[in-house]
Write a protein that binds this ligand. Structure first.
Ligand SMILES: [Zn+2]
Ligand SMILES: [Zn+2]
Ligand SMILES: [Zn+2]
Length: 213
């Protein structure tokens, strides 16, 4: 099952640590991302210094610093005293190789025997990523619900249109039938009149024929 195996890889960096992947809805599509990729694609959703995930919105403007290079927002209290509002650059922007999450040791997870060590920073990053993923999926569920309701409405409307079209078709078919039967009747009437005269003509014709012979 190649596809199943693929879904265990991080959709961002390809890391295949399936026990540490989060489900998120990012830019309109569902993805499975590792902690590091979640945090790197959700700047502004958490403080890059203390790794606290913001519940609804980032801290107010007087209590935060925004990265000069990306939308990342950190607590003013977390920034070093030397950073000012114009000079703050978040850790991933300072160092492209920066990683929020690192697990040391044996990466093979045996059942009941996890030998890996996680430092406090990585544990905090994991919690922040899990919180961001959870709120993203809650939003996605709301979007999906609205979408489902819209589809139900569309389906109901389509059904109504189909019923109306069918009614119209039946009505037209009935009308057509009625017109046809009238036409047939009037043709029959005409033909009946013709028949008598035809009989007369044919008789005359046969008489003619007889005379000709
Ligand atoms: Zn990743
Ligand atoms: Zn902070
Ligand atoms: Zn940044």
């Amino acid at each position: 099952m190649k596809q199943q195996h693929q879904s265990f890889d991080c959709g961002g960096c390809g890391s295949n640590d399936r026990f540490l992947l989060h489900n998120v809805r990012h830019r309109g599509s569902y993805r499975r991302l590792c902690t590091n990729c979640i945090l790197k694609t959700h700047q502004g959703h958490f403080c890059p210094i203390c790794l606290h995930a913001y519940d609804t919105s980032p801290p107010p403007s007087h209590a935060r610093l925004t990265c000069a290079k990306c939308p990342s927002v950190c607590h003013l209290s977390c920034a070093t005293s030397s950073s000012s509002s114009s000079s703050f650059v978040c850790p991933p922007c300072l160092n492209p190789n920066f990683t929020f999450f690192e697990v040391n040791g044996d990466t093979q997870m045996d059942a009941g025997d996890d030998k890996r060590a996680m430092d406090l920073g990585s544990a905090k990053a994991l919690v922040a990523a899990a919180k961001i993923a959870a709120s993203s999926m809650i939003k996605a569920a709301a979007v999906a619900r609205v979408e489902a309701e819209r589809r139900v409405k569309e389906a109901t409307l389509a059904k109504k249109r189909a019923r109306e079209a069918l009614e119209r078709l039946l009505y037209l078919a009935a009308k057509e039938k009625e017109r046809d039967s009238k036409k047939v009747k009037s043709t029959n009437d005409k033909r009946g009149g013709d028949k008598s005269s035809n009989g007369l003509y044919s008789r005359q014709g046969s008489n003619h024929g007889g005379a000709g012979n």
